[in-house]
Design a protein around this ligand. Structure first.
Ligand SMILES: Nc1nc2c(ncn2[C@@H]2O[C@H](COP(=O)(O)O[C@H]3[C@@H](O)[C@H](n4cnc5c(=O)[nH]c(N)nc54)O[C@@H]3COP(=O)(O)O)[C@@H](O)[C@H]2O)c(=O)[nH]1
Length: 512
């Protein structure tokens, strides 16, 4: 019996670690493929920018650079360099004084120069990677890889200088492997972690995925118990293990589709407050999903899966229906209150969105002005499509917000052309407002420019009293959202929160 239990446990451990290695290998390959796609796009954009038929940094040139960035998936900005100094870019226009780039961290075979850890004028808190060829340069996005690898796996994608045997720059987790191990590729077991490294034969990139042995085993802890308790019933437990491993292998996509069908998603709401009065003026609806084990899956991860696989519309529909279903009565009682719903890039081009909005609003007897729509900068990449879609949403009575402003490096004047109502300043900018910050925050300039363009402003990610006070002191109408005021909460708690912060209803008039 004891031998049976020990053998069962050993077999189980081996199978689980083997499965974890397979998963790691699959994620590393996916990451590398993304990196290769981003590299191919970089080369194409640099080629097109260098083949510009219009004068260097002319208005037409700047518009062209902007169009190149907006048409790209992985590139956030395109600029022009003269004698190693940035002279203009699609985002910043012509610079009053050219900006020097530090020496490249790596020079590639095709004359590409890779500068890592660059602090950008629009987003000084981000450590961007700039790639230069000829008189053109591109800024790479920082969010290329995050959505591929689900918890509890970790990842790093690194620019690798094979000749010098060193890692130049990594995205994702800090690498705690020697460069030689990364460059060699393959499976590794070190310091209590399983690693899988894969390097591209075409470009200077390596992807490393990892999981701690404890985590890998914990993922299978149900099976361990089965083996432990049943011990000698090895065959039965082996069947259980097979079933479990099969379940784990089901891609996130399939599990997410099932969760949508079977009502496995929920919606939470994060209040948006007027920074001067402290009153709740609205809330952002955020979707939530717990997996079969009851563990939360990051919205960032599964929203991306739904976007990539083309079924994000089902989530948007669900959020709209659910939000109006559970908050419709409150919206009727508090007419100035607005619920903001996130819409994905593909949603705004779909005709169902307006129909769905109309239908749900009619059923809830709520006017369209009480539903705001949050579009990310990426949704507006196709200018003509975005202008048209935004106009239709506004004509229908909705307010349109640009979400995460600043992360896509698009310019305020471009937003002006889009004709939106408001912008939400990304929380990475808010984070720069803190005691002892090494550089003054760029947020005041953004707020001022937004106001000059008649755009309302919501500051996202306010986490401290100091940040709330800093933005309040700017005067003028300004709204905020963040954990300092409230974490996202369910509809019932939101109702209590909102009613507690509304000005008291006027007392009934005294009888004559
Ligand atoms: N298309 C849709 N996208 C959605 C939907 N619901 C969420 N999302 C997008 O997923 C991303 C991650 O969102 P989430 O994990 O829900 O995180 C949100 C907040 O919880 C978080 N937040 C709020 N306050 C703070 C704070 O003070 N500090 C801090 N570090 N994080 C905070 O920010 C997220 C809200 O982000 P945003 O939408 O940019 O305002 C995110 O991109 C969501 O947009 C959906 O239904 N549809």
């Amino acid at each position: 019996m004891a031998v049976g239990i020990a053998l069962g446990l050993l077999l189980c451990r081996t199978a689980v670690l083997w499965q974890a290695q397979l998963d790691l290998g699959r994620y590393a390959t996916q990451l590398l493929r993304l990196g290769e796609e981003a590299a191919a796009e970089t080369q194409r954009v640099l080629r097109e920018a260098n083949a510009s038929p219009v004068p260097f940094c002319s208005d037409a040139d700047i518009a062209r650079l902007r169009a190149l960035a907006f048409r790209s998936r992985y590139i956030k900005g395109v600029g022009r360099l003269r004698e190693g100094m940035l002279a203009c870019s699609g985002t910043l226009g012509r610079l009053p004084a050219p900006l020097a780039l530090p020496p490249p961290s790596l020079t590639g075979p095709a004359g590409l120069r890779i500068h890592s850890g660059i602090s950008l004028a629009m987003a000084p808190q981000l450590q961007a990677t700039v790639i230069q060829s000829g008189n053109a340069s591109v800024v790479m996005g920082t969010d290329i890889y995050g959505g591929v690898v689900p918890a509890p796996f970790g990842y790093t994608v690194a620019v690798a200088d094979r000749d010098a045997g060193r890692i130049v720059r990594g995205w994702g987790d800090e690498l705690d492997l020697p460069a030689s191990a990364v460059l060699q590729g393959g499976a590794l077991n070190a310091g209590g972690f399983l690693y899988r490294s894969a390097c591209s034969p075409q470009v200077a990139l390596c992807a490393v995925t990892r999981i701690s042995v404890a985590e890998a085993l914990a993922r299978a802890h149900t099976a361990f118990w089965l083996f432990g308790v049943l011990g000698g019933a090895l065959a039965l437990a082996a069947v259980q293990l097979g079933v479990m491993l099969w379940g784990r292998q089901q891609p996130l996509e399939r599990r997410l589709r099932r969760a949508i069908r079977q009502g496995g998603l929920t919606v939470v709401y994060q209040p948006i407050v007027d920074l001067h009065s402290g009153a709740a003026v609205g809330a952002e609806a955020l979707v939530r999903w717990r997996n079969e084990q009851g563990l939360p899956i990051s919205a960032e991860v599964f929203v991306k899966v739904a976007e990539d696989r083309g079924f994000i519309g089902e989530i948007t529909r669900f959020v709209l229906r659910d939000a109006l279903g559970e908050l419709g009565a409150m919206l009727q009682r508090v007419p100035g209150f607005r619920i903001n719903v996130n819409v994905a890039p593909s949603d705004i081009t779909e005709s169902w969105l307006l129909d769905e909005l109309r239908r749900n609003l009619r059923a809830a007897r709520v006017p369209p002005g009480q539903i705001g729509l949050e579009l990310t900068e990426r949704s507006t990449a196709e200018r003509a499509v975005a202008v048209d879609a935004i106009a239709r949403l506004r004509q229908a009575g909705h307010r349109v917000y640009i979400d995460d402003f600043g992360t896509g490096y698009s310019s305020l004047s471009y937003l002006n052309e889009l004709n939106v109502d408001a912008l939400k300043i990304d929380r990475s900018f808010t984070r720069t407002v803190r005691p002892g910050a090494e550089a003054p925050s760029i947020v005041p300039q953004i707020v001022e420019m937004a106001r000059a363009l008649n755009l309302d402003v919501v500051v996202e990610g306010i986490e401290t009293a100091g940040q709330a006070e800093y933005f309040r002191a700017m005067g003028g109408q300004i709204r905020g959202q963040g954990r300092y005021f409230a974490h996202p909460m369910n509809a019932r708690d939101l109702l209590a929160w909102v009613y507690a912060r509304r000005p008291p209803a006027p007392a009934p008039a005294a009888a004559p």
